[in-house]
Design a protein around this ligand. Structure first.
Ligand SMILES: CC(C)(COP(=O)(O)OP(=O)(O)OC[C@H]1O[C@@H](n2cnc3c(N)ncnc32)[C@H](O)[C@@H]1OP(=O)(O)O)[C@@H](O)C(=O)NCCC(=O)NCCS
Length: 156
């Protein structure tokens, strides 16, 4: 059984460490920046998004639990549009627990919970190379709304 619980203040620093490394890797893969620059951008983004850490208004950070016994992932989302829309900033199932359907079950449970809470739409962004996440989101009914593009300019 998949359930959610609020992330604790004790767990938050480890979450931030994971998030910055993971996001920095994605920035490097997408934009070709050096790791140091990507790390700085990821850290800045985290600090700007969560100025009050776990108490930042409109932001929800959850641990995903399996059978109420162990934490198998994280989910971070924020409310906007007066609480009518949610944007997922981070969603991860730890590697050892992947490909067992937990990701899909977690997202469907989130949808149900949000719908009952008055939310009408969930938005998110998927990195171009992340085919697995893209497949999962499309499978449960997310539509693609556009593409982010970049071109690195080089002096000749
Ligand atoms: C994307 C992510 C959350 C998916 O989590 P997951 O628990 O592996 O998701 P699911 O198990 O529900 O589905 C993933 C795959 O496992 C397959 N699967 C599900 N149950 C299975 C089972 N019992 N046996 C074998 N495969 C199974 C699904 O068909 C799906 O296959 P596909 O990728 O070929 O389409 C996970 O890969 C992850 O954390 N990735 C890194 C972080 C990330 O990319 N997050 C998304 C950011 S936008």
């Amino acid at each position: 059984m998949i359930t959610f619980r609020a992330m604790t203040t004790e767990e938050f620093p480890a979450y931030c460490d994971y998030f910055v490394v993971d996001y920095a890797d994605e920035i490097t893969a997408n934009y070709g920046y050096l790791p140091e620059k990507s790390h700085a951008i990821a850290l800045k983004s985290l600090n700007e998004d969560l100025p009050q850490n776990l108490s930042t208004p409109d932001h929800v950070l959850l641990c995903i639990e399996l059978n109420e016994a162990e934490t198998i992932g994280y989910l971070w989302y924020k409310f906007f549009d007066n609480g009518e829309t949610v944007f997922i900033l981070d969603f991860i199932i730890f590697e050892a627990f992947r490909r067992a359907g937990h990701g899909q079950v977690a997202l469907i449970a989130l949808e149900k919970y949000l719908l009952e809470s008055g939310v009408g739409q969930i938005k998110l962004r998927v990195a171009y190379h992340n085919k697995r996440a893209l497949r999962l989101y499309e499978k449960i009914g997310f539509n693609i709304t556009g593409y982010n593009m970049v071109k690195t300019l080089e002096r000749s």
